[in-house]
Design a protein around this ligand. Structure first.
Ligand code: PEP
Ligand code: MN
Length: 375
């Protein structure tokens, strides 16, 4: 059970003490306090753990200072969407809104290579009104002899270039807790010219110790990719690890499943799960068409498979798109064959806007139908 307090009621208020006094008299109940610090106000929630089935919800809801009480199911206690749960679905980070209603495109390099390529990418983004990107500095590779990413060395100049072109958020994968320290240090040293969304890749979805460490910090939001060979439930539990450690600013990423059933695509596209994740949890959902499809193959209708699956994700309500671009894919050190070209960026963005408009219309259609049924 979660007790959500009224916006102005915090830890030090008499109402808070009174609620705790009432709870102290209940048997087998322990409490955990969570404070969500926003720019305008701090929201306080009291998590009740133990024999909550016996508690009278109305009694608790009638206490002063209580906004409402949510009965949680066992699963995804913090990130889950529970019965009668109207809590907000998103967060703001560095001036960018992430929620189950928003849509942000993160076009960028799979792997940072040269300052020239990074700068050309950032410039193209700015010229097309974009404020988010993806930039891989730490690359987990199948082959130990393959390029592993420039690591900490590239962080200062990548962050400075991002600042120069007005980029607010960079999605950047980390595979070890030292990478988190390196990113924070580099952001600080360069004077925070941009923000970073930490990415946990599909190979680390169930790296629980990494999840706990990343979850303990609340400064940087997290994009958690679905594990490529585990169930959706297992991946959603991995997201809950981040939240239970303290960080609930989590975006859930679909990137395709590893099975030959998806051939000739690199992974079996799983974007049909966009609405499922939005129904089960309050996380914004990201789709990664590049790592799903893995090539620049084009359908006879003239559209790339990457464009087709992007549109499929967006028309189903996706809130974020992580997509590989490169100014010179033949020179890319990682995943060149799936990169889109810089002059394809306006086309890609327009295609995204068309799919989003269709999604908006579909939502309106469903709402109007439901309103008519009610009458
Ligand atoms: C990536 O986004 O660069 C990446 C490696 O993705 P994934 O973890 O989904 O394979
Ligand atoms: Mn890649």
């Amino acid at each position: 059970m979660i007790i959500i307090l009224k916006p102005h009621i915090g830890r030090n208020s008499p109402e808070f003490q009174q609620i705790l006094d009432v709870l102290r008299n209940k048997r087998n109940i322990t409490t955990r306090i969570h404070e969500e610090i926003g720019s305008q106000q701090t929201l306080t929630e009291i998590y009740l753990i133990g024999d909550t089935a016996l508690l009278d919800r109305n009694e608790i809801e009638s206490l002063p200072g209580v906004e409402r009480v949510v009965r949680v199911s066992e699963e995804y206690r913090i990130l889950g969407r529970h019965h009668d749960d109207r809590r907000p679905t998103g967060f703001d980070y560095n001036g960018v809104r992430f929620s189950q209603d928003s849509l942000n495109v993160f076009a960028g390099l799979c792997a940072v290579d040269t300052p020239e390529h990074v700068e050309r990418m950032m410039q193209a983004l700015r010229d097309n009104g974009q404020v988010c990107t993806r930039m891989g500095a730490y690359k987990p590779r199948t082959n130990p002899y393959a390029f592993q990413g420039h690591g900490r060395e590239c962080l200062p100049w990548v962050f400075e270039l991002a600042g120069k072109y007005g980029i607010k958020v960079i999605a950047m994968e980390i595979t070890h807790d030292s990478h988190l320290d390196e990113i924070r240090e580099a952001l600080q040293r360069t004077g925070n010219p941009t923000g970073v969304m930490l990415q946990i890749g599909t190979r680390n979805t169930q790296n629980f110790e990494l999840l706990k460490i990343v979850g303990r910090q609340r400064e940087l939001p997290v994009l958690l990719k679905r594990g490529f060979g585990i169930t959706l439930e297992e991946s959603l539990n991995a997201a809950e690890y981040l939240a239970s450690a303290g960080n609930r600013n989590v975006v859930f990423g679909l990137r395709g499943m590893k099975t030959n059933m998806g051939d000739p695509h690199r992974n079996f596209v799983d974007f049909a799960h966009v609405p499922v994740v939005k129904r089960l949890t309050r996380m914004p959902v990201c789709v990664d068409p590049s790592h799903s499809v893995g090539s620049r193959d084009r359908a006879p209708d003239g559209l790339l498979d990457i464009q087709h699956v992007t549109a499929q994700g967006i028309i189903a309500g996706a809130n974020m798109v992580l997509v590989d671009f490169h100014p010179a894919p033949q020179k890319a050190l990682v995943d060149g064959p799936q990169a889109l070209l810089l002059d394809e960026l306006p086309l890609f963005l327009e295609d995204v806007a068309i799919a989003r408009e269709a999604y908006d219309k579909r939502q309106t259609l469903a709402r109007n139908f439901a309103a008519r049924e009610k009458k």
